[in-house]
Ligand binder design. Structure first.
Ligand SMILES: NC(=O)c1ccc[n+]([C@@H]2O[C@H](COP(=O)([O-])OP(=O)(O)OC[C@H]3O[C@@H](n4cnc5c(N)ncnc54)[C@H](OP(=O)(O)O)[C@@H]3O)[C@@H](O)[C@H]2O)c1
Length: 314
């Protein structure tokens, strides 16, 4: 495994992080009985040297993270979890933040989390998040129950990163979680210059999702991009949109190319990946540790997708 420093937090983190949410939720999204396999998957990730685990109140995976890490010295791990936003008309949103954290600590079986995020903050909620929810998170930080505070963007409704572009103008967050992929590399222009300037830690989500892991979904998406003339057909063969990556680079699969694309992006500290399959976990760790894609392939990707800021990859 390779390690890097998560911005101003100073935390030493593996460049690959295990995402315990996403479409797979460690295999538990559609199969709650698979908790034992999820525990094994997390332990396998730790055996590969991954030390950053990302979970959330609403994933239902905090208990399996707790089971998997029991007995491992706590300071070897960096645990990131997230609080679902209380409604704006909640009677006491501050108390709900505290309650949420206490519940997460209990489920994970730990005294502190390394990064406590507000989960999927959408543009309409940002001021509420900053004014009402951040202050209790700061108090938790002072008490040592949270080491660093973070925010994850609601990428599906905000693929142009308006929340982070606005939020990073002030110096409020230690860590942010950003949607970034070869299909929507817009954070390169609008977010990473801000995080770099302020040494904010960056966790990369949405590296692969459905479009880059399911060939039929990719074809469907690219056919639509060409039909709507968002991308010219001279640039993109909708029947085989990313075939050139397999023909012209040493990448063996599209997910491999997609994770490598993110891993070598300056400004990204940790590439999160989600899976319910042990074989994919092994492949993804290997992919993230491979060298960058060759420059001609990156240039071609930039020509095709470099100007897009609306795709999520779902
Ligand atoms: N707003 C937020 O806060 C937010 C939103 C989304 C995600 N996240 C975090 O980011 C993490 C990463 O996102 P994600 O889980 O969507 O991850 P991802 O790695 O971008 O995509 C995961 C999808 O790709 C598939 N996949 C993974 N490896 C593969 C491989 N080698 N070959 C083929 N298919 C593969 C998985 O299915 P299989 O199970 O079949 O492998 C799953 O459907 C999440 O787990 C979560 O922790 C946060």
């Amino acid at each position: 495994m390779e390690f890097t420093t998560l911005g101003r937090t100073g935390l030493k983190v593996s460049v690959a992080g295990l995402g315990c949410g996403g479409p797979s939720r460690l295999g538990m999204r559609n199969d709650a009985t698979s908790a034992d396999s999820a525990v094994k998957l997390i332990q396998q990730a730790i055996d590969f040297g991954i030390n950053l685990l990302d979970t959330a109140q609403n994933y239902g995976t905090e208990p399996v993270v707790g089971r998997a890490i029991a007995g491992i010295p706590r300071d070897r791990l960096v645990i990131s979890t997230k609080k679902t936003l209380p409604k704006r008309d909640h009677a006491n949103p501050e108390a709900e933040i505290i309650r949420g954290l206490e519940q997460s600590l209990k489920l994970i079986g730990t005294d502190y989390v390394d990064v406590y995020h507000l989960h999927g903050v959408e543009p309409d909620d940002y001021n509420f998040a900053k004014d009402r929810l951040l202050p209790p998170m700061r108090r938790l930080k002072e008490q040592g129950k949270v080491r660093f505070v973070g925010v994850t963007e609601g990428f599906v409704v905000d693929p142009t990163h308006t929340v982070l572009q606005d939020g990073l103008k002030q110096d409020l967050w230690d860590v942010v979680m950003v949607g970034f992929s070869l299909l929507n590399p817009s954070a390169r222009k609008t977010v990473f210059p801000l995080t770099e300037r302020k040494s904010v830690g960056v966790l990369n989500m949405f590296a692969v999702r459905r479009a880059l892991s399911q060939p039929e979904r990719l074809k469907e998406l690219c056919t639509e991009l060409v039909a709507k003339k968002i991308i010219g057909e001279d640039l993109l063969d909708a029947n085989d949109p990313l075939g050139f990556l397999l023909r012209e680079t040493d990448a063996k699969t599209i997910p491999e190319a997609a994770y490598r694309f993110c891993r070598h992006e300056p400004g990204v500290h940790v590439v999160l990946f989600g899976t319910g399959k042990s074989a994919h976990l092994k492949e993804n760790v290997a992919a993230i540790l491979k060298p960058a894609l060759p420059a001609p392939a990156l240039e071609r990707l930039e020509k095709i997708f470099g100007g897009l800021d609306h795709l999520t990859g779902n």
